[in-house]
Design a protein around this ligand. Structure first.
Ligand SMILES: O=C(O)CCC(=O)C(=O)O
Ligand SMILES: [Fe+2]
Length: 210
């Protein structure tokens, strides 16, 4: 059992990752900060700063609409106040996960994602075949008053052939071990906004760091 003084919400995520390996927090972020992050995502979309998401990494990136149809933009420190507030919270989570679970997480890469109505992301793993540094996935949803009949669930495939669906409700968080759970994003009837991040640790392959 964790014994530290970290926020109870963060400790709940620690317990979930140490147990089943995934966590769903329905009320993770206050509505005001969620709304500010949603506004930032929309502003970037309006400014044409979101680009079609690609599959793979480095020189092997490929846009494949039949696999994923979302648009993304990286969130970097110093770009906007709500983004920095989010990154500070994720830094607390990173430190808590390292302290309690010895995960050795070194950094977070994080992007806004916008799925137009009907867009999806087929079943996949978040780890690249040639790079195992993505260790923990976090997805914060930015959609106010999402309704169950609007679709857009994150479907997490669990061991034993079961699946768990999560509605992309504003302020809720999905978190899971990146290498353990195939997952997909189902199409929605309305625009679906999120902020997705991956905590990375140093790649095992020394050639990757050259
Ligand atoms: O938005 C989600 O629910 C998950 C997104 C995802 O799987 C990804 O970007 O790799
Ligand atoms: Fe994913």
């Amino acid at each position: 059992m964790p014994t530290s003084s970290a926020h109870p919400l963060l400790l709940r995520i620690v317990d979930d990752l140490a147990g089943p390996g995934w966590s769903q927090q329905s009320i993770f972020l206050p509505p005001a900060l969620t709304a500010e992050l949603a506004a930032e995502c929309r502003a970037r979309a309006d400014a044409g700063e979101l680009t079609p998401a690609a599959i793979g990494r480095g020189g092997r990136q490929l846009v494949q609409e039949g696999v994923r149809g979302d648009y993304t933009a990286w969130l970097e420190p110093g770009q906007c106040a709500p983004g920095d507030a989010w990154l500070a919270l994720m830094e607390s989570l990173r430190q808590t996960l390292n302290r309690e679970l010895f995960l050795g997480l070194e950094e977070l890469e994080c992007h806004f994602a916008l799925y137009p109505p009907g867009a999806f992301y087929r079943r996949h793993f978040d780890r690249f075949r040639d790079d195992d540094s993505r260790t923990v996935t976090v997805v914060l949803y930015l959609n106010e008053a999402w309704q169950p009949d609007e679709g857009g669930e994150l479907r997490l495939y669990l061991p034993g052939g079961r699946a768990h669906d999560m509605m992309p409700q504003g302020g809720s968080l999905a978190c899971f071990m990146s290498a353990s759970f195939p997952h997909e994003v189902l199409p929605a009837t309305r625009e679906r906004l999120s902020l997705t991040g991956w905590f990375r640790r140093r790649a095992d392959n020394p050639l990757d760091t050259l």
